[in-house]
Design a protein around this ligand. Structure first.
Ligand SMILES: [Zn+2]
Length: 419
């Protein structure tokens, strides 16, 4: 496949979008084989396609190779959504309305709502029901350009339901068009009727070994807050995960400073997420250990939080900043990454360039994936064709879905119906 005449081709490197005007991409066997200017593609001679992977020429294309003319469009890597809770039973629209009427999240939780409401509906749901709902959500994400998606468990809070959720995530990974990365988040909350020490024992001695043994998760995550799992407890859980081969991730310093960023550095987490109120020492420690900062501005909008992730400080320290949707039924129903990019700019003060890199290349880093999130020879050919003339429109046209076509591993898997 060849894509040519992109008004802007965003190849996305660590530091910049790497814009190529009138760009072209050659795809071979599901991977990017060549990237450059359309003019150079047309001027090239009859060199073999094999050479093109290592040299700078696009080689000879099969006469039958499909060609996509991207005139007037931006072409960029598929979005990587590195933080979602998309498998759950039932929405919580009733609580949303109550919050609008002035009830606090805490009051709702104390009345049996919040995470625990979703836990009881997720426990009741069958695997098929969860799978059907998850499939529909993944399809919606695909239409907004997400080609790789992390999905967490965490609405079971007992061994049986946590494993059920992870099996659903495995099924979604097998039969959805996207790459789906599973994370075990049994430490999302303490279930009712169980003491915290007992639950931590269950997590570390029963659930984590089972999850690892059945190969159901890549990462182990924990909701680190003083009133959920404090820094010491979080470390204990994450170290148990690591002993079983699950790399640590952590929900850190979202609601109050709880030493989450410090804990992320101490356990060598892949990423620390939310980070609305981290300490500066914690951010410095994260930088030293190479922990990715995952920012979730959709949740700030949805919960109307005053605190904003300290992007200027993170930038100054040179932290790697990634973006995720945090899609879930309670604190964020935004699943569209172009909207997340806008919100990162409007609420957190990221530049448009930082936000797009955060939603692609850096989000891939937060999932330890090295072949998605940018466009270069050898990378997976996960690409988007957007109906906008330049990258600024992605953030600027808030609420507009710019995705015209989605290409996954070199195949067109979605074409928008409207022209
Ligand atoms: Zn989360």
């Amino acid at each position: 496949m060849i894509i040519k005449h992109a008004s802007q081709l965003l190849v996305v490197s660590d530091q910049s979008l790497g814009i190529i005007e009138d760009g072209a991409v050659v795809i071979e066997k599901g991977r990017v084989a060549w990237v450059g200017r359309t003019q150079d593609l047309q001027e090239s001679g009859n060199q073999g396609i094999e050479d093109s992977r290592v040299s700078s020429n696009p080689g000879t294309l099969e006469p039958s190779a499909p060609v996509i003319d991207a005139t007037g469009c931006v072409v960029m890597p598929g979005f990587v959504d590195c933080h979602t809770h998309l498998v759950f039973g039932g929405y919580r629209d009733d609580e949303f309305e109550q919050r609008l009427q002035g009830r606090t999240y805490k009051e709702i939780a104390e009345a049996g709502g919040g995470i625990l409401a979703t836990v009881s509906r997720t426990r009741q749901a069958t695997e098929d029901e969860l799978h059907t709902a998850g499939t529909a959500r993944l399809q919606e994400m695909l239409e907004w350009g997400t080609t790789t998606c992390e999905v967490k468990s965490g609405y079971g809070l007992d061994t049986e339901t946590e494993l059920k959720m992870l099996r659903v995530i495995r099924r979604l990974a097998a039969d959805s068009a996207q790459t789906v990365v599973p994370t075990f988040l049994g430490a999302h909350s303490v279930p009712p009727g169980v003491s915290k020490p007992d639950y931590i024992r269950q997590l570390t001695e029963e659930m984590i070994p089972r999850v690892a043994q059945e190969g159901l998760a890549r990462f182990c995550d924990v909701f680190c807050e003083n009133f959920v799992f404090n820094a010491v407890e979080s470390r204990q859980i994450l170290e148990a995960g690591r002993r079983h081969g699950l790399e640590p991730k952590i929900h850190a310093d979202e609601i109050e400073p709880s030493g989450g960023a410090e804990t992320a550095a101490r356990v060598g987490a892949v990423s620390a997420e939310h980070l609305l109120v981290p300490s500066e020492a914690g951010l410095r420690a994260m930088k030293e250990r190479g922990v990715v900062a995952v920012l979730l501005p959709g949740t700030s909008l949805f919960l109307r939080t005053q605190a904003k992730a300290p992007v200027a400080k993170m930038r100054e320290l040179g932290l790697t900043m990634a973006l995720g949707s945090d899609f879930n039924p309670g604190s964020c129903t935004v699943l569209a990454m172009p909207i997340v990019v806008s919100l990162a700019c409007l609420f957190y003060g990221m530049t448009i360039e930082e936000a797009i890199i955060g939603a692609t290349r850096n989000a891939a880093k937060a999932l330890r994936l090295d072949d998605v999130g940018s466009i270069a020879p050898g990378m997976a050919a996960d690409l988007l064709i957007l109906d906008v003339p330049n990258y600024r429109h992605i953030a600027y046209r808030l609420g507009h879905n710019p995705v015209r076509q989605v290409i996954k591993a070199g195949r067109v898997i979605h074409t928008r119906s409207r022209a």
